[in-house]
Ligand binder design. Sequence first.
Ligand SMILES: CCCCCCCCCCCCCCCC(=O)SCCNC(=O)CCNC(=O)[C@H](O)C(C)(C)COP(=O)(O)OP(=O)(O)OC[C@H]1O[C@@H](n2cnc3c(N)ncnc32)[C@H](O)[C@@H]1OP(=O)(O)O
Length: 215
Amino acid sequence: MGEMVFRQVDLSTEEVDALEARYVPLTEAVRELVAATILSNADDDVVAEALAAVREVTAKLSASVETDHSGVNYNGAGRSWNWGNAGSGERNAIAPPIDLKTNPDGSTYADLVLGAAYEGPPGHVHGGVSALLLDHLMGVTASQMSRPTFTGTLTLRYRNPLPLGPIRVEGRVAREEGRKVFVEASITGSDGIALEADGVFITPTWSPSLEATQN
Ligand SMILES: CCCCCCCCCCCCCCCC(=O)SCCNC(=O)CCNC(=O)[C@H](O)C(C)(C)COP(=O)(O)OP(=O)(O)OC[C@H]1O[C@@H](n2cnc3c(N)ncnc32)[C@H](O)[C@@H]1OP(=O)(O)O
């Protein structure tokens, strides 16, 4: 197996928050750029100008790149961050714009709007994007933000097409058996329920929180 490191970094929570705040507007602007690239009817000159400008800013940002992945980091206060996460990374414009909330009972939900960049069937959300959203929300639900959990099995029922636009993703832990966490989730769109999902998420034997509770 490739090396999988959860890295402790010596930054205060305020410093992490400040770094995140610096980049989040850029992520949002790049998402708008992606949508404009899909939808624009601009003429050759405008497209050529955009290409040169994008290449120029990409070169400036890349000048200080030190690693090929951002990884999962945490500080001494337990603040963790995974800026590149494909499902939710705050600095990842490819990730759907998900802002996941946790209820007092541990269940989770997210309200988000999916636009042109997430299309599969005409005017509807790509099935793989729905799977990504569910995998991510269900994994976070299983982890309760206190232990790593890996997707073991994810079962999806695509009951109805999911229109682009506002959607709600919801999940909850149904039960736990040893290291296995069983999670149920759904996606609802403007036409009502579109997907239902069941997943088995597994806490690895090397989980620090598991070691702490077993010792
Ligand atoms: C301090 C740090 C805090 C950090 C806090 C972070 C919080 C932040 C949350 C982020 C949330 C991310 C959410 C994204 C989630 C992904 O996308 S994860 C990426 C995709 N998944 C993977 O890469 C997993 C790949 N698979 C594996 O690594 C290994 O197969 C697993 C899943 C770790 C299991 O391996 P294992 O521990 O050796 O399992 P094993 O001992 O054989 O079996 C244990 C039990 O599980 C069952 N089982 C094993 N595999 C499976 C399976 N695939 N399906 C169903 N059941 C299975 C077995 O039958 C067995 O059951 P019992 O016999 O005990 O009843």
